[in-house]
Design a protein around this ligand. Structure first.
Ligand code: 4AD
Ligand code: MG
Length: 478
């Protein structure tokens, strides 16, 4: 059993254990200290019950105080003053609990009221608050059941992401956050500048970027892919996992302005290899989370998304459906569904189309490949038909697109031609083109929005509720 002794001031409280470890222990009367935040307090005639939660696991622990003459003065005062939200350290013994629904509790003897919480103003009084209200108190929402569970699951999932790649010989590469190039060509980038905006406002001529901090026009990155590619051309298998930024003003439950992206890039690999990697990756993360975050997932299953656990279990055993974009559009056109957007070859699939394909056609995840080149980024490998590219999107039920990736164009002439067609200045990308000049190899990679993955695993409907401090258009208060 792990123990976490450290010094605290106040009474002679010497051994603090995480609640997750206490709950696994024997109710053998051994001595223990618990530190955490009070969720509830019930003051009876002879007993005081407090429920303490330290965030180490979903459950809290009940600490029961016998109001007899044995209590010291500090404990007595502490008990009378503590309210929901206060922080405490409790000392006692682990005993079997007579109450239903809990195997053990702490028969408490001493209490240190570490920090009080004014009952008049503490915002988390009620048992249940709306998610919208909790978004307004993002600094306190991790103390609720839902957001505590989201935070634990998210943290563990990030760890599993790194473990998955580490076990397969990938190296983590930290790609830059400030960049001069637009990886996706979607044009929705935040600018980074130290120029005096007030002084520029009156001027009719465009800013002289050569006078700016980086001596050129810079942005926050939309993707670490292009830089990851350079390292894949040296280390064979790499991934980046970092923040990315998009200034699109889309106010949806699946878009953030700041989100974390996982981007593996593999050398000597073609599209089918990438499809296998994506499927293995998702299944690994789902299986790991089911194992390591069982209590939190059970909560989401019960309160947020019915059938979630069973769904994830089935998905791990399933085989993802593969379909080309062209076949997918045919499938959508054949359907009797009343779509808001008519499916036509050449247009992007809408979320409603993606949901139809996963939920109605495949009954599970779908990998759509070979999209028209005109709706995809410049770097994707052109197919022999000259119309489609070796792209793949992984779509999942409930959410739609969770992964976007492709085999990369490794032919210098074809890539230069495509860049010219799109009006891109190939001088700006000469470093990227060097990868095609010197020791080019077929290579492939994908990007997975980490928040969409957390959304999928927790069942949380809004992406703003799976990142601690969401940034979206008009929202960066915390
Ligand atoms: O499909 P996208 O735009 O692909 C790329 O950026 C490639 N450079 C990735 C690569 O091949 N290395 O974005 C990849 C994923 C999407 O599938 C989605 O999961 C997520 O990133 N994503 C967002 N997540 C939250 N908010 C947004 N605004 C997002 N935009 C994309
Ligand atoms: Mg995409």
């Amino acid at each position: 059993m792990d123990t976490y002794p450290f010094q605290i001031s106040g009474p002679a409280l010497y051994l603090i254990m995480f609640i997750k470890d206490i709950l696994k222990a024997e109710a053998d009367n051994s001595e223990v200290c618990v530190s955490g935040w009070v969720r509830t307090k019930r003051d009876m005639k002879n007993l005081v019950f407090i429920e303490v939660n330290d965030g180490s696991c979903f459950a809290g622990i009940q600490c029961t105080f016998d109001k007899g003459p044995g209590l010291d003065a500090a404990t007595e005062t502490g008990l009378s003053r503590l309210t929901a939200g206060a922080s405490v350290t409790v000392r006692g013994r682990i005993v079997p609990s007579p109450a239903s629904g809990q195997r053990l509790e702490v028969a408490a003897t001493e209490l240190a009221l570490v920090g009080e919480a004014d009952a008049e103003t503490y915002p988390l009084q009620k048992k249940r608050h709306s998610l919208e209200f909790l978004r307004e108190i993002a600094h306190l929402r991790a103390r609720t059941n839902t957001f505590g569970a989201v935070a634990r699951v998210r943290g563990r999932m990030a760890f599993a992401v790194n473990r998955f790649f580490e076990e397969r010989g990938f190296f983590l590469v930290h790609t830059p956050i400030i960049t001069a190039n637009d990886a996706e060509g979607a044009g929705a980038m935040f600018q980074v500048t130290t120029l005096d905006l007030a002084a520029l406002a009156g001027s009719s001529s465009p800013p002289d970027w050569s006078r700016d901090f980086f001596a050129r026009h810079c942005y926050l990155t939309v993707s670490g892919q292009l830089e990851a590619e350079t390292y894949a051309m040296a280390l064979s298998r790499v991934y980046t996992f970092g923040p990315t930024f998009r200034a699109e003003n889309s106010n949806t439950a699946r878009h953030l302005a700041e989100f974390w992206m996982i981007e593996p890039e593999i050398a000597f690999a073609e599209l089918p290899d990438l499809m296998t990697l994506a499927e293995d990756f998702l299944k690994y993360i789902f299986a790991d989370t089911l194992e390591k975050s069982a209590d939190d997932l059970n909560f989401f299953d019960l309160r947020v998304q019915k059938g979630l656990v069973e769904n994830l279990q089935a998905l791990i055993k399933s085989k993802f459906t593969h379909i080309t974009y062209t076949d997918a559009v045919n499938e959508l056109q054949k359907s009797k569904e009343d779509f808001d957007f008519k499916p036509v070859w050449g247009s992007d699939l809408q979320t409603e189309h993606e949901k139809y394909l996963t939920e109605k056609v495949a009954g599970g995840p779908v990998i759509v490949t070979d999209y028209p080149k005109d709706i995809k980024a410049f770097y994707m490998k052109l197919n022999d038909d000259d119309k489609t590219v070796r792209a793949m999107d992984v779509l999942v039920p409930r959410l739609g697109e969770i992964i976007g990736g492709s085999q990369r164009e490794d032919n210098l002439q074809k890539l230069e031609k495509r860049m010219t067609e799109l009006g891109m200045n190939s001088k700006d990308y000469s470093w990227y083109l060097d990868l095609r000049r010197y020791g080019a190899v077929p290579h492939s990679g994908f990007g997975l929005g980490f928040e969409r993955l957390v959304q999928y695993v927790t069942g949380m409907a809004n992406i703003r509720d799976v990142i601690p401090y969401p940034r979206a258009a008009g929202q960066a208060d915390f």
